[in-house]
Design a protein around this ligand. Structure first.
Ligand SMILES: NC(=O)c1ccc[n+]([C@@H]2O[C@H](COP(=O)([O-])OP(=O)(O)OC[C@H]3O[C@@H](n4cnc5c(N)ncnc54)[C@H](O)[C@@H]3O)[C@@H](O)[C@H]2O)c1
Length: 433
């Protein structure tokens, strides 16, 4: 069985993962139909425009004009495709349990249009067993076809690094696991068209577990430096100086950096997919739980540092004016999902602080599920007159297009969770947090 030379593929879920992946396939001459339930994303693509800050509009316009990329909300288009790649969200539910309902709904929507011989690949991060148990059963039920016999099924985790200009989909090796050896062969053939290196593993579960290992590794290591930040600070040692020195070691060390807490769609969420699944096997995941505990305690630590900093200036939090810098969860992106800045804003508001934010990537807060009351709040304007009105400025996310020297020239008190002010001249008092 061989994969067609000139395939047509569907990418379902045109978000931070699906859009760049689709563009990469299109760049390599694969015809791509982007499918989403969000009509506005479909419209943007059809108009040849990008809706993700770090993806230039030309990257969408050119393949659309060339007729190699199109988009639709009509899932029956799957019947025209040789492969279907699913990139829909996998959040946590209210009680921090995995919510794979987006995967299930997606499977139910396109299964009736699945034709014999098609390859289906799940890319959404999830617990081992999602592909060969849950997705398999939805697709078989909806299509009347048999996985591994009539259609192919595989899992391949996404490794998108938004905001990193050196991160190119084509250059990042792609791990792939198939339901059967033939499924794996088809999936390797598909991804080999778009990326330079494909890494086959023995099963869908091994591929699902690989992605979780990668994200748990980050969560645990970030927790470690967050804990050391607090301990070293009590000893009068700057953890940033220590990390910068440690990373000169050419082997056996990899730097991770502290911050005000975890954010984004992956690191705060994915480890708990494994925690939940491990219980089914009578296993506990103590590292994951501990890392979660340390990381989620960081906003409270930062508020404590801010309180002490204001106290030194003979001020209390209550009634102070505080500017929080950076709403996005990481530097140089416009993505505010799970951003710890929201926790800081909520906590400061509860402590009767007059709080504002500045983020050059997020001029106004769009609706979020958990922090809905900030919807419509606008970023302040970056001028000397505005900045000097605040009793303190708290750097939560350090975008590189912010002028930190200007900040130090204009502000009187700065609490820095990202070491953004390191090496700069300052009349302002700076506290690391
Ligand atoms: N963003 C990242 O950096 C990143 C990195 C690695 C892995 N992932 C994983 O990739 C998956 C997708 O993440 P994302 O950041 O692209 O999410 P996203 O929210 O940016 O995009 C998801 C898209 O899926 C669409 N969608 C939702 N339900 C749908 C349905 N039933 N049918 C069709 N489309 C539907 C949404 O409208 C949205 O456009 C998640 O599992 C995530 O954990 C994300």
């Amino acid at each position: 069985m061989t994969f067609p030379d000139k395939p047509t593929i569907a990418i379902i879920g045109l978000g931070y993962v699906g859009l760049p992946l689709g563009l990469q396939f299109a760049r390599k001459g694969v015809s791509v139909i982007g499918l989403d339930i969000d009509q506005s994303k479909v419209d943007w693509i059809l108009e040849g425009k990008s809706y993700i800050h770090h993806i230039p509009t030309d990257h969408v316009r050119l393949p659309v004009e060339a007729g190699i990329l199109t988009a639709s909300t009509d899932f029956s288009k799957v019947s025209e495709c040789d492969a279907v790649i699913i990139c829909v969200p996998t959040p946590l539910g209210k009680n921090r349990e995995p919510d794979i309902s987006y995967i299930i709904k997606t499977g139910e929507s396109f299964a009736p249009f699945l034709r014999s011989g098609t390859l289906v690949v799940l890319e959404s991060t999830t617990y081992p067993g999602t592909t060969d148990e849950e997705l398999l059963s939805v697709l078989e039920k909806g299509s009347g076809l048999k996985a591994g016999k009539d259609f192919h099924l595989a899992f391949s985790p996404e490794r998108e690094d938004p905001g990193n200009p050196d991160s190119k989909v084509a250059k990042i090796p792609k791990v792939v696991g198939g339901l059967t050896p033939a499924c794996l062969e088809m999936a390797v053939a598909l991804y080999s068209k778009a990326v330079e290196k494909v890494v086959p593993v023995s099963s869908c579960r091994a591929a699902e577990a690989t992605k979780l290992l990668e994200n748990i590794f980050r969560s645990v290591n970030i927790a470690l430096v967050n804990e050391l930040k607090v301990v070293y600070d009590a000893m009068g040692i700057d953890v940033w100086e220590v990390i910068n020195a440690a990373k000169t070691k050419p082997f056996g060390y990899m730097p991770f950096y502290p911050g005000p807490g975890l954010g984004g769609h992956c690191i705060p969420i994915d480890p708990f997919y494994l925690t939940w699944k491990a219980r089914e096997f009578g296993q506990s995941t103590r590292f994951i739980e501990l890392a979660g505990e340390v990381n989620t305690s960081m906003p409270a630590y930062v508020i404590q540092r801010l309180t002490l900093a204001l106290n030194d200036a003979k001020k209390s939090l209550n009634g102070s004016r505080v500017l929080v810098l950076g709403l996005a969860y990481k530097a140089n992106v416009d993505d505010m999902r799970e951003s710890p800045t929201f926790i800081l804003l909520d906590s400061l508001e509860a402590l009767k602080v007059e709080v504002d934010y500045y983020d050059p990537y997020i001029p106004v807060v769009t609706p979020t599920r958990e922090h809905a009351h900030w919807t419509g709040k606008k970023s302040i304007v970056w001028t000397k007159e505005v900045i000097e009105r605040y009793d303190a400025v708290l750097i939560s996310t350090a975008h590189s297009n912010v002028d930190y020297q200007e900040l130090l020239d204009w502000a009187s008190l700065v609490v820095d969770t990202r070491n953004a002010t390191s090496g700069l001249q300052s009349k302002a008092r700076i506290y690391k947090a």
